[in-house]
Design a protein around this ligand. Structure first.
Ligand code: COA
Length: 260
């Protein structure tokens, strides 16, 4: 299937998903949400894609938010459906089972910030700006920003960002733990690729279970999260990768993981 709002390709084990509406600063219209949902379903089923780099076309924006021309015409029930569809997409990214790196190459506002929040890591270029400006439009974040932002940066900082509606720089985003790294724009994709290669060198099932332990566990009580961790730790010990990883260490050689 060809996409109207996305570019999608798999190269050397990495799926590259690029939101491609640069003339609208990659704002997420209904079509883009549908196509992203479809695309991440495809990535989930593609054994040749071990990880994803998600970025925006052009040099100005990652995603400048939900498409305001569509928002302006929403009815209350339509708005609720829109929020639920967007939230489902964000959840599918968070629970993809493969690392997703947001390469934030400019504005990450509103739905763009929420999209980056759903990713495993956020690597920003120096020109990136993060923010939740919804209150300036008389609405609140609707793609789970009120839930993921406080979990990532703490309630106090999240409230400051959400209630002021003011954007923060890439440097500030790094300082508060919203961005994992800040690099120059030309270095952005190579840095994301390097981060992914480091992860993909590890046991694939261990990476998957670690993602699950953190992403599911954070929704649970600590005791339930520990139970989940113990179960997944046990599951790791049933894998050939675990036998190979521990044997390779003892034999002082690099491990050759098969994802089995
Ligand atoms: N929805 C729809 N269109 C958007 C958009 C959005 N979220 N963000 C930008 N655009 C469009 C603009 O309307 C403009 O279209 P036009 O050329 O047809 O008029 C085009 O993208 C370029 O944006 P422009 O505002 O001219 O660029 P700028 O560099 O002057 O300003 C921003 C950049 C990001 C500061 C500004 O576009 C902005 O504030 N966007 C909205 C951000 C927002 O509130 N997002 C949350 C939505 S819930």
């Amino acid at each position: 299937m060809g996409y109207e709002t996305l570019l999608y390709e798999i190269r050397a084990g990495i799926a590259y998903v690029t939101i491609n509406r640069p003339q609208k600063l990659n704002a997420l219209n209904r079509r883009a949400i549908q196509e992203l949902t479809d695309c991440f379903e495809r990535v989930a089923k593609a054994p040749e894609a071990g990880a994803v780099i998600l970025t925006g076309a052009g040099e100005k924006a990652f995603v400048a938010g939900a498409d305001i021309s569509e928002l302006a015409a929403l009815t209350p029930t339509g708005a609720r459906e829109t929020a639920l569809r967007g939230q489902a997409l964000m959840d599918s990214i968070e629970h993809l089972g493969k690392p997703v790196v947001a390469a934030v190459n400019g504005f990450a506002l509103g739905g763009g910030c929420e999209l980056a929040l759903a990713c495993t890591l956020r690597i920003a270029s120096v020109n990136a700006l993060f923010g939740q400006p919804e209150v300036k439009l008389g609405i609140i974040p609707g793609y789970a920003g009120t839930q993921r932002l406080p979990r990532l940066v703490g309630k106090g900082r999240a409230l400051e960002i959400i209630l002021s509606g003011e954007p923060i720089s890439a440097e500030e985003a790094w300082r508060i733990g919203l961005a994992n790294q800040v690099v120059s724009l030309p270095e952005l994709i190579p840095t994301a690729e390097k981060a992914i290669r480091k992860i993909l060198a590890n046991g694939p099932l261990a990476v998957r279970y670690a993602l699950e332990a953190v992403n599911r566990g954070i929704e649970m009580t600590e005791a339930d999260g520990e139970q989940l961790e113990a179960n997944l730790f046990g599951l790791c010990c049933a894998t050939a990768d675990m036998k190979e990883g521990t044997r390779a260490f003892l034999e002082k050689r690099p491990a050759k993981f098969k994802g089995e």
